[in-house]
Design a protein around this ligand. Structure first.
Ligand code: FES
Length: 117
């Protein structure tokens, strides 16, 4: 079956992929209940946000850099034993990814977030 425009069949885990295309040949696609599928030879490294002198999360500390591959499958479920890469655990745990954020209002009082005007 041919995939629809903007969608791809993920051969890695045989998941249906719901597409999101960037302006070049580089793509990040959120697979249904599976990993992020990154294509186009995107450089990949780990960076950790660090506090600045005021204690605010502001500065990035560069960590491990990975060999550039044409395709990466990045864990989205948080349970891979080989992070940041997907190891297929999402299928074993029946991960259900959400495509959109909830529309429920945050409890602004308990989070101390001011209301938007
Ligand atoms: S998305 Fe596959 S192991 Fe997390």
């Amino acid at each position: 079956m041919m995939p629809k425009a903007g969608s791809v069949i993920n051969s890695h885990s045989n998941n249906k992929v719901l597409g999101a295309t960037m302006a070049s040949d580089k793509k990040i696609v959120v697979s249904k209940n599976g990993p992020y599928v990154v294509t186009g030879g995107v450089p990949l490294s780990i960076q950790t946000i660090m506090p600045n002198k005021e204690g605010l999360s502001w500065e990035w500390k560069k960590g491990r850099t990975f060999k550039i591959d044409p395709v990466y499958y990045l864990c989205r479920c948080g349970h891979s034993k080989n992070k940041p890469f997907c190891d297929g655990t999402h299928e074993k745990i029946h991960f259900e990814g959400k495509e959109t954020a909830t529309r429920q209002r945050a409890n602004r009082l308990s989070l101390n977030i001011p209301s938007h005007p």
